[in-house]
Design a binder for this molecule. Sequence first.
Ligand code: NDP
Ligand code: 2IT
Length: 451
Amino acid sequence: MNSIDEKLQPVLAEVIRRNAGEPEFHQAVHEVLESLGRVVAKHPHYLEQALIERICEPERQIIFRIPWTDDQGQVQINRGFRVQFNSALGPYKGGMRFHPSVNVGIIKFLGFEQTFKNALTGMPIGGGKGGSDFDPKGRSDAEIMRFCQSLMTELHRHLGEQTDVPAGDIGVGGREIGYMFGQYKRLNNRFEAGVFTGKALAYGGSRARTEATGYGNTYFVDSMLKTRGTNFDGKTVVVSGSGNVAIYSIEKVQSFGGKVIACSDSSGYIVDENGIDLALLKEIKTVRRERISEYARRRGNGVHFIASDKGSIWDVPCDVAMPSATQNELSGKDARVLVKNGVIAVGEGANMPSTPEAVKVFRDASVLFAPGKAANAGGVATSALEMQQNASRDSWTFEQTEARLAAIMRSIHDTCHETADEYGAPGDYVLGANIAGFVRVAEAMRMLGVI
Ligand code: NDP
Ligand code: 2IT
């Protein structure tokens, strides 16, 4: 599965040529094209009308200046991005990321992945992604607000509930969404609730959206474990990151009887053999916005903090690994250590957290491996449920919304599983997710003509 079909090699070569210096985008396209050889062998019509070439080219890319004034009165400049990747299935849909590493190649890879992920949910949403190289760490609430308002002063003209619907991602949570939606509402003089998801309940948000990505990944891994006659009960679990996705993965794993013993942030990781105290973690991360070492200091008693230059969280032995921080955070070496330590399942909460070498190690070792575009689709699926509630001016209970999320995750799991079987690669969720997502987008694009 490591080579690309010769008919598709020119597609990758062209993507690399015209998107120079964007390794994450090349990596994401490479991985999808690897899976498509089996599709074009069976259905050669997908090679017509440059359909695959068109899927790899964003429909529109917006790059803009974001000037804002910090608390010292200094003018700061950041760069804003929105890549509107594919609208064959619905309005562009995908989060906004605020992190100093953000550049157009990273947003493009995320928008490309989002297109197939959103197709897998079965909901009427296209793919897009945006963000800025703004670093929110250490910024006051007032600075965050001024930054979000300046960003939206430009971006608002490109959005709309039928056009492009952003949400959160790294560095963008409820606070930032409130400021961006507020400025959008002011500039357009209309309360267009469905233009943003991840909103607070107070102004049109959906119950269970905050929890959805982490809960969804846990449901997906649970479905995979069931194919081998087991479940989370009594399993030792490691979750990287300690943001939105990580926290609600930990919450759901614990409710399923799993024991999460490690989590991290960019400064390092903590190991708590007694099982993570989630109330303490939430207070440190979502209320006080402190570093993860604070967890070890407050909890005391045998909890270790290991700085990121001293070791990898994947050195911690576990049955299930749930990488939930960022792209390429889990290397081939990490994967070999996990396999040696007996890992049985990996669920990607983050987008593309495993390097290609790591994915190969897991697949070769027959580890149950859920790629991000399937495993973390619960977040955007619940965003689509938020859009549905906004469109019907309704508000569902937590139980009703979570039941929909659970059913969607089961359906994504089964779709990936059955597609892998159909294409002669039983148990290969990477192949299943890539093919099932591609076919849904490609079928719609064929019907819409050459656009
Ligand atoms: P948050 O900002 O809430 O949390 C991010 C976490 O990852 C933090 O602990 C952060 O540590 C860590 N992290 C981020 N960048 C790096 C880095 N370069 N190196 C090491 N650690 C890092 O983001 P989310 O939890 O929302 O997102 C996590 C991942 O999940 C991302 O890949 C995102 O694209 C993906 N995702 C998110 C969805 C959502 O609904 N929010 C939906 C689907 C996928 P620190 O604070 O030190 O930076
Ligand atoms: O990567 C993702 O799927 C997200 N950050 C969530 C996107 C969304 O629109 O809810």
